[in-house]
Design a protein around this ligand. Sequence first.
Ligand code: SF4
Length: 768
Amino acid sequence: MGKPEFIGKKSKAAGGWGALRSCGKKLLASGAPLSGAVTMLKANQPDGFDCPGCAWGDPEHGSSFEFCENGVKAVAWEATDKRVPPSFFKTHTVSALRGWTDYELEREGRLTHPMRYDAASDTYLPVTWDEAFSEIGKVLRSLDSPDRAEFYTSGRASNEAAYIYQLFVRLYGTNNFPDCSNMCHEASGIALEESIGIGKGTVVLEDFEKADAIFVIGQNPGTNHPRMLGDLRRAAQRGARIAVFNPVREKGLERFADPQNKLEMLTGGSTAIASEYYQVRLGGDMAAVRGMAKAVFAADDAAIAAGKPSVLDRKFLDQHTSGIEFYRAAVDMTSWEAIEDQSGLSRAELEGLAQIYIASERTICTWAMGVTQHRHSVAMIREIANFMLLRGNVGRPGTGLCPVRGHSNVQGDRTVGINEKPPREFLDALEKEFGVPMPRQHGHNVIAAIGAMLDGSAQAFIGLGGNFARATPDTSLIAKALRKQKLTVNIATKLNYSHLLPGEVSYVLPCLGRTEIDRNSDGVAQIVTVEDSMCMVHGSGGINKPASPELRSEVAIIAGIAEATLGSKVVDWKALGHHHDRIRDLISRTVPGFHNYNERVRKPRGFRLYNAVEHRVWQTPSRKATFSSCELPSQTEHQRAAGEKGLFVLQTFRSHDQYNTTVYGLDDRYRGIYGERQIVFINPADLEQIGARPGDRVDIVGQHEDEIERVAKSFRVVPYDVPRGSVAGYYPELNVLVPLSSAGEQSDTPTSKSILVSFRLAEATKAA
Ligand code: SF4
């Protein structure tokens, strides 16, 4: 039996001509290649717009081409000339559209008019904005408590949209703010707050030019933060050691051909990125870091015994930290057997990595979902912080902790108030500014919101961007939860699956994209602002004509809903909704670090928010950087699966033609997959064990201790270099297997990187 048609050659390196070809294809597919290309020249430029892709930072002195292949995909997808006007819904019922794939739905193009769901015809019908605002306001006012409504935020929302949203919702009377960071870096925020007193990264881009060693843990920058490869390439070329922990060998971390480097492009050359690449077991990163720390402590003991200088930064530890003795005890209590079994790496390998760490004067640690989507993620990130504190690798140039955020403004949204557990100081500032009481009771995060929508205690869902039904776990339950609502409202640029799960009253409200011009009440093109993973706040101004004259900005839409729901006694929503400077003035008076906001954000590249750790000021209860002393998890899902025949641990991840739940295409060229998404990667020996051949169709069956049957049907198996016992596939398709009740301790983040599953041959395979 020949190789299945969808399995092809993997790229030799990330980037390179493959990236340019892919950009060309996406721009052509958008139907506006020329204007798309021109638009790209303004991406991530001081006088341009912020790429609606990821939250990687922009260099002080960037080039004219400050974008990557996935930035082009994001912009081409938004700036397409395809449209979904009211006539589209005349020929497509909502039930029929539910059978389309995510790719097929969004590929149809940009929404053009506010639409209301008509149950009788099972279609969406056009309405006026005022009709929409008025009915939405009426239903929200009809609820017997504001806590019966859930207000979701996607990380694409600008600071201005997020701030006016939180203000509306708090004046409405609730803190129910499920947001996309609950599903991505929530664990990072919680762990860093406990360890170093701020729930954000401590690194700036320039630190990558100074670091001697960079540990990249549970992250695939080649697809998810592609411009990071440029920073890693430069570091590798100047001799920095780049050590990777990732169960999957990701092309971008192996080799990168910089499309902006003439020599590499002309010669077909590329640069090796990782100097050390270890395929740690799923959920085994904490054990791996614990192993390195154990080796560092042992090296220190040996140095002291030999009368040599300590390998630890004693001065920093004494002056700036607390709790190292408890951490040392926890490390001593952890056996090498436990470390090797849980991490899948040998003592020698971890001792080797510890030597790289000891030899490095300045070290950075970066991580993403491979670390944050496990049950023990908070403890794992605290372990990373512990390891970095040992040699004072926090709060000095060339060092630091860097959770790399997914969505372009997910960090900014939290900073300006999208938080179901708002700090008391922030609510005090809002009360002082608006003279009315703010809700003090903590609200719902994503998991709690879904629970409330399922048990009927929540009756309304408002989505500021995103694709809630596809981003969240347990897809079959989410569909039920949304359909039970009295009201569902989705503010979006394109049609997606969540819009096809209407509540009793349901609206889809089309908004401007990041690349489109938004004029304020004086008719002047105005900017929005975002905050990247490096705490840099900068402006973004659209340059293109809106896709439809009916579109409104997210800010104006929220202002319209707020005015219709609350009236304008406390806030003049119309005035606020049509002039972002006014929102920024409010932010500068109620959110720390935003003084002179309007002036500072208009400087090229904006400004960096105050980060106390940069000054080695620790806003922890002890006013010290604080070591944790957690035990390793007693058993990871991988260890559990290893003990039971036919049981595997699944991780969900993105293809290279996807951004979060947005699917730009069906290829994943870095992994050699073309034209297919219904696939599961499995180790060749495990493939044999389940009695299947490459390309065969299998059903993937969830193995969670509850009554719910979870099956992902008819997925094609792909032999791939992953550790035995672990398998991988794409979300959102495989979110059907992620149990709502399987969430991170403290973070409540769905454990999408460690799901227990088994396989059975699909009917089609059995019949073949
Ligand atoms: S690295 Fe991220 S922000 Fe930068 S262009 Fe690419 S997708 Fe956009």
